[in-house]
Write a new protein. Structure first.
Length: 147
């Protein structure tokens, strides 16, 4: 239970920092990575919604702005993550004005809610229009042998 609380607290801190005012103005936002629309965080490549613009890159989490409805972004990630072998721990759940969902991949660790690779997504309306998208890999203390 303490581990789950720690993960939630860390996620809330990252969202609070990521949702703050960006130093980039909308016309100066950097384009998303072009290498097959993927971004690598902690040696794991994650899909990036088409034409997403980097809002804030904290190196441990990244947020984007997207010119699409939140429902379109969530549907796209549901399909894309499933295609890439990720499984969800739950459906999209409201949290702090955004919907969140956790995806797992690899061997389960100790409980079905933890796996070798985990990432949490947050999707919601952006204050200037479009959609705010954040992704944060969850770092697990436990690893399988050989990793």
């Amino acid at each position: 239970m303490r581990k789950r609380c720690l993960v939630v607290v860390l996620w809330m801190v990252c969202l609070a920092v990521g949702c703050g005012k960006s130093t980039d103005t909308p016309d100066r936002q950097k384009p998303a990575p072009t290498q097959k629309d993927r971004i690598t965080i902690r040696n794991v490549a994650y899909p990036v919604y088409p034409k997403a613009r980097v809002h804030q890159d904290l190196k441990i989490s990244v947020s984007f702005t997207v010119d699409a409805a939140p429902s379109e972004v969530k549907s796209w990630y549901d399909k894309k993550m499933t295609e890439e072998g990720w499984r969800a721990t739950q459906d999209w759940a409201p949290f702090g004005g955004q919907d969140q969902k956790t995806f797992l991949r690899g061997k389960a660790l100790r409980t079905p809610d933890f796996a070798e690779e985990m990432v949490k997504f947050a999707v919601g309306p952006h204050k200037t229009g479009g959609t705010f998208l954040a992704l944060m890999p969850v770092v697990n203390k436990y690893r399988t042998k050989g990793k």
